[in-house]
Each structure stands twice: as structure tokens, then as C-alpha cells.
Design a protein around this ligand. Structure first.
Ligand code: NAI
Ligand code: MG
Length: 369
């Protein structure tokens, strides 16, 4: 039996409540299917700050680096609003992304049939929607130097951010997008602003070259990022995989996610480069939502985003495709049965808490095996 190591960082607020529902699924897969998951749990965010004054300890950071995959809940809350900037809860998340070099952020936008009426668009535009946005996460304007506010001495100041992309950064994110497209509908749309940005010109050239060299079996289209935003809300089903830079990806993935309903439904993955000897990628999986302090501790949070993040983990870190498909199908079936947490409640549906939603998904997952 192979061993699969998972490092769990439940975090703050509803993070631990959602993570508990994933643990039930892991336990079931171990006992009933011999999946061989070995889990360890650490502290991140405010709970880590309370325990040892930092948003993640060096010891937990080392465990995250060594694990096959990290499952992350959520961090933050009003309790830690006044902690020093370097120790604020988000610093734990940023350190994980930086030290693990998680350069590829995967944000699926999937519209479950039972929830198509909850979309901000007409149901027929989103029914069956299944897009994957691949956002570059460690480069671009959020990190480029210089990055500062300078005093011009004439009563004016100047704020500067710098968009920088090197060939290798574009190549590796394009590679992730093309490889993922091959496991889906085999189409990639690359978005930049080559009409007004030099980094956009380079982005377009590098994606085109790497397509020609290694991925010519995949259909590649290019779109200006602003037009892409328009198309996402006009005719979203035209897209399969979208690959774009850090800034455009931040905005476009938020737009795409709202086509599909509640924050409580949205998973994500962040991947690093493959290890040179083992070929394994460092990876972290987390819901898009935060710690939801307004509902924390009440047992009413929607655990689906966390459970769907675990499905991505099965798919991308462990190549357990059948199990990932089955878990996603279990989520869809439970929604079809009209079982809902408060955030996705609809007339005639049965409202349940976090626990019951997790149990219903686990029962359906078992029934499908
Ligand atoms: P949030 O995502 O925590 O909550 C926004 C709204 O959505 C709230 O009304 C909340 O109750 C609801 N919501 C979120 N997830 C839900 C779920 N699973 N089920 C049902 N309802 C859900 O964002 P907010 O309120 O802006 O931030 C709260 C805290 O979380 C802050 O400290 C913020 O810094 C932190 N945060 C952390 C993130 C992370 O750990 N990755 C991401 C976003 C925010
Ligand atoms: Mg964002």
C-alpha cells in the first residue's frame, strides 16, 4: 500500500468546521478503500499566532514543505485585527505560497445544475459551465520592483507598481495550462493586453512558442484580457482553460466564480514546479472563501468548497481521477436531492448544517463506489 501524506492546516473561524468534513472522507477512504492517507495537522493564521506569536511556525512550515499536499482551511478574524503586520493571519498563507513556490493558481468555475438559478446570469448561459482559470501567482505587478510611493517634492506623490514577467515564468504557467487542457476539453485561451503592455507582448510570444513546440495538439486562442472579461459574462461556455497573469487572473477568476453561485462552493488549488527527481509538484488546496467570522462556531458553514478542494487534491496531487470524479458527482447529487446549507438555500429545499451536509456527501460518495 502506498503512503500519501497530507498536511492539514484548518486555520481560523469556519476553517476547522469545514476541514472536519474532509477528514471524515479521508477516514472513510483509508478504512474502506485502503487509500493510505497519512495526515498530520498544524496551526496557521490567528490560531498559530495565539500559540506561538507567528502566523505559521517554522516546524509547521517544514511539514508543509515535506507533505505530498497541504489542505488549507481559512485564516483571519476580528480577534487578530491589531496584531503586528508581519504576524497577521494572512502572512501564514503568503509564506506558504512563497516558500512552496506555488506559481500556478487553479480556480474552477463549475455550475452545478441544481444551482444554475442562483447564478447572476440566465440559467441557460451557465448550465453545464465548467471553466478552469489558471492564474500566474508568484510574478507580475504584485511582486515586480520598483514598488513604492515616492515624494516628488512639489506636493505630489507617485505610486509605482511594476509588471515584470520573464520567459521561464510564462513558459511554466503555460505548460500547466496546456497539460490540464489535455485532461479536459483540450482548449486553452491565453489572455493578456499585448496592445498596450510589453509584458503582454512577451506573454503572447512565449505562449505561442511553447504551444508550437510542445502542445500543438491543444487548441490555443488568444484574447485581450478586457475582451475576455466581457466574454466571460456574455458567453462563458465558450471557454475551457483560461491562462492569464497574476493581476488579470485575480479579477477574472473572481468574475468567473460569481457566475456559479455562493462563495461556499468554490475550491482552488495552487501548484508548484515538479520535483526534479520525483516529478511530484508541491501543492496546496483551499476554498476561495475566508474564515467567515459572522457565522463561525454555529455549525452552519457550507463545507462544499473545502470538500471540492479535496477533490482537486485527489485529481492533481494523487492522480486519483475516479475518486475525484466520484466525490464531485456526490456533491452534485446531494444538491440535486435538495439538501442545502443556508448560503445556497432555495425554496422547497431542505436546510442542513455543516455536519449534515458533510454526512450527506459522504453517504453519496459511498453509494457511488
Ligand atoms: P469570507 O469569505 O470569510 O466571508 C464573506 C461572506 O460569505 C460572509 O458573509 C460569510 O458568512 C459568507 N461565507 C463565506 N464562506 C462561507 C461558507 N463556506 N458557507 C457559508 N457562508 C460563507 O470573507 P470576509 O468576510 O471578507 O473575511 C473574513 C475573514 O477572512 C477576514 O479576516 C479575511 O481577512 C479572511 N479571509 C481569509 C481568506 C483565506 O484564508 N484564504 C480569504 C478571504 C478572506
Ligand atoms: Mg481576489
Amino acid at each position: 500500500m502506498s503512503t500519501r501524506t497530507l498536511f492539514l492546516l484548518p486555520g481560523d473561524g469556519i476553517g476547522p468546521e469545514a476541514m472536519a468534513e474532509v477528514v471524515k472522507i479521508i477516514d472513510h477512504m483509508n478504512t474502506d478503500a485502503g487509500a493510505g492517507f497519512v495526515t498530520d495537522t498544524g496551526l496557521v493564521g490567528g490560531s498559530a499566532y495565539d500559540a506561538h506569536g507567528a502566523a505559521i511556525s517554522d516546524a509547521d512550515m517544514a511539514k508543509a514543505m515535506a507533505a505530498d499536499a497541504v489542505l488549507f482551511g481559512a485564516v483571519g478574524g476580528p480577534k487578530w485585527d491589531d496584531v503586528p503586520y508581519e504576524a497577521r493571519p494572512e502572512a501564514g498563507l503568503l509564506r506558504l505560497r512563497k516558500d512552496m513556490q506555488l506559481f500556478a493558481n487553479l480556480r474552477p468555475a463549475i455550475c452545478y445544475p441544481a444551482l444554475s438559478a442562483a447564478s447572476s446570469l440566465k440559467p441557460e448561459l451557465v448550465e453545464g459551465l465548467d471553466i478552469l482559470i489558471v492564474r500566474e501567482l508568484t510574478g507580475g505587478v504584485y511582486f515586480g520592483e520598483p514598488k513604492e510611493i515616492i515624494d516628488l517634492g512639489n506636493g505630489q506623490k507617485r505610486g509605482i507598481d511594476t509588471q515584470v514577467y520573464d520567459t521561464y515564468e510564462i513558459e511554466r504557467i503555460a505548460g500547466v495550462a496546456f497539460e490540464l487542457a489535455r485532461t479536459r476539453s483540450n482548449r486553452v485561451c491565453s489572455m493578456e493586453k499585448r496592445n498596450v503592455m510589453k509584458s503582454g507582448v512577451l506573454w503572447n510570444q512565449v505562449v505561442t512558442a511553447s504551444h508550437k513546440e510542445k502542445y500543438s495538439d491543444v487548441q490555443l486562442d488568444h484574447m485581450l484580457a478586457d475582451a475576455g472579461g466581457m466574454q466571460l459574462v456574455r458567453q462563458p461556455k465558450q471557454f475551457d482553460v483560461i491562462v492569464t497573469d497574476n493581476l488579470f487572473g485575480d479579477m477574472l477568476s473572481d468574475v468567473a466564480s460569481m457566475l456559479t453561485g455562493s462563495l461556499g462552493m468554490l475550491p482552488s488549488a495552487s501548484l508548484g514546479a515538479p520535483d526534479e527527481t520525483t516529478g511530484k509538484r508541491k501543492a496546496m488546496y483551499e476554498p476561495v472563501h475566508g474564515s467567515a467570522p459572522d457565522i463561525a462556531g454555529r455549525g452552519i458553514a457550507n463545507p462544499i468548497a473545502m470538500i471540492a478542494s479535496f477533490a482537486m487534491c485527489l485529481r492533481y496531487s494523487f492522480n486519483m481521477i475516479a475518486e475525484a470524479d466520484r466525490l464531485e458527482k456526490a456533491i452534485a447529487n446531494v444538491l440535486d436531492q435538495g439538501i442545502r446549507t443556508g448560503d445556497i438555500m432555495a425554496p422547497g429545499a431542505r436546510q442542513v448544517g455543516t455536519n449534515e451536509m458533510g454526512d450527506a456527501i459522504l453517504a453519496e460518495f459511498k453509494a457511488l463506489s
